[in-house]
Design a protein around this ligand. Structure first.
Ligand code: PLP
Length: 480
């Protein structure tokens, strides 16, 4: 591995602050015009909008010149770190050569080359790459392909989708319907019908009835049970109506649930038994987040489709993709059959050029090897936080971890809505940021803090995360 890009060198702890008038003008324009995503806009009525102006390696800088460790990789996006000139230069070169052309009956070199590259890395016979601009569109594409495929192969009633509780699969109305977070869906109901939820793999909250004589739940027993609930759901709906199961290798929402041993192997058996397509939603987990190109590779299972986005370009330009097996493309290779689906910006030349370079850098700089070598250190460092009374569970794999917060460690009692509101929104998010740590405090399931640092991060960054989180959680405990 080349040492230059991985080593952070001496990164400045602060940067020049923006001129006061320019800063005030930006703040006003943000308040007056910028509709931020998933943001309670009233929070910024009397507080400054955090404005990030620059990044370098694992760090970002705000308009006031403060430095933060980017412990979430932007939004689970940034694999190679901030400020890479080589990726920026590839984007500029492509924009000056061919800045745009659609993939609607035409192609351009970098889309072709990236499709070939991704197909060569994807598990088994996943060889067909359909580009989108992001993850939600990739999920939409996968569901539409599943429906269309079964219509073309003599099983036209197979159209329903099974997914897991608390899982997030995106905001378009199909992807949102697949999402297992009722409060996020309620404002937009009725959504696309025909999706159903099964339990997720939060072994920390495994049902008591699975406990053995010693009162604990064997993860393998839990995994078998959780997988079997997919078979139960398929039976309940009727196998001739179910098209696909959407699962993340490590579920993000709820705070990083890795699969128990044997889980995906059993899911694969069930999908084969009922002729249901297994979609591995790897919008977060692909491209090194778990130390492998794909989560499916890490956990040893073969999906029928994979959805990706985020890390495919390290965020230097937007891009997503649905990767399908040869079998799923087969009906579309005959006669007049066409998959009537596409996006103006899907497979944008600049993004596919950046994607190619991004994956080249993975090889040149041994990014996967770096993650695998450092994963035990990350796990052990975050594990130190287990001594705090508020920390119930530290879980995850690769460079993807969640810490579940509890009111009572012994009973695993969680916080009620008012407490979670006070703790997460009222205190934690801001306190972590003020401490110089950008990460996510989330209460879409039980309250968690999540970490997904750039894959270039190493022990010094893990230590910084642990130290900063410790300070903030110790304070949080005194406020309860
Ligand atoms: C598993 C998963 N699927 C889909 C999406 C949606 O991706 P996007 O925001 O790019 O539409 C996300 C976003 O975080 C995700 O984590």
């Amino acid at each position: 591995m080349s040492s230059e890009p991985m080593s952070q060198g001496a990164v400045p702890t602060a940067a020049a602050a923006m001129d006061g008038d320019a800063y005030a003008a930006l703040q006003k324009a943000a308040r007056d015009h910028l509709w931020m995503h998933f943001t309670r806009m009233s929070s910024y009525e009397h507080a400054d909008v955090p404005i990030i102006v620059r990044g370098e390696g694992a760090y970002i800088y705000d308009a006031k010149g403060n430095r933060y460790l980017d412990a979430l990789g932007g939004l689970f996006v940034n694999q190679l770190g901030h400020g890479r000139k080589d990726l920026a230069e590839v984007a500029a070169k492509q924009a000056s050569e061919l800045h745009y052309f659609p993939l609607w009956s035409y192609a351009h070199p970098t889309a072709i080359q990236l499709a070939e590259k991704v197909a060569s890395l994807a598990p088994g016979d996943l060889n067909r790459v359909f580009f989108t601009t992001g993850g939600g569109e990739a999920v939409e594409t996968a569901w539409k392909l599943a429906k269309n495929y079964f219509k073309l192969t003599g099983k036209p009633t197979k159209h329903k989708v099974i997914s897991r509780t608390i899982a997030y699969h995106g905001t378009p109305q199909g992807a949102l319907s697949i999402t297992g977070l009722p409060p996020m869906k309620a404002p937009f109901e009725p959504l696309v019908p025909s999706t159903f939820r099964v339990p997720n793999t939060n072994v920390y909250r495994a049902p008591d009835f699975l406990a053995g004589p010693d009162g604990t739940v064997d993860p393998e027993v839990f995994g078998r049970w959780a997988a079997d609930q997919i078979a139960v759901a398929i039976e309940n709906e009727g196998a001739d109506t179910v098209a696909a199961v959407f699962l993340e290798p490590v579920q993000n929402s709820g705070g990083c649930f890795p699969p128990p041993p044997g889980y995906f192997q059993r899911v694969r058996e069930i999908c084969d038994e009922y002729d249901v397509l297994l979609v591995s939603d790897e919008v977060i987990t692909a491209f090194g987040r778990l130390g492998h190109m794909f989560g499916a590779e890490r956990y040893g299972f073969q999906p029928d489709m994979v959805t990706v986005a985020k890390g495919l370009t390290s965020g230097y330009s937007p891009l997503g993709a649905m990767i399908a097996s040869d079998r799923l493309m087969e009906p579309f290779l005959k006669g007049t059959t066409t998959f009537l689906h596409g996006y103006t910006f899907g497979g944008h030349p600049v993004s596919t050029a950046v994607g190619l370079k991004n994956l080249q850098i993975f090889e040149d700089e041994g990014v996967l090897e770096h993650v695998r070598a450092n994963e035990p250190g990350f796990r052990a460092t975050l594990g130190k936080l287990n001594d705090l009374p508020i920390v119930g569970d530290v879980r995850g794999d690769g460079y993807f971890y969640g810490i579940e917060l509890v009111k009572d460690k012994a009973t695993k009692e969680t916080f009620d809505d008012a407490e979670a509101e006070k703790l997460l929104r009222g205190f934690l998010s801001k306190a972590l940021y003020d401490e110089g740590l950008y990460c996510r405090a989330d209460d879409r399931g039980d309250p968690v803090i999540q970490f997904a640092p750039p894959l270039i991060a190493s022990q010094e960054h893990f230590d910084e995360i642990e130290q900063k989180v410790r300070v903030v959680l110790e304070k949080a405990w005194t406020l309860l």
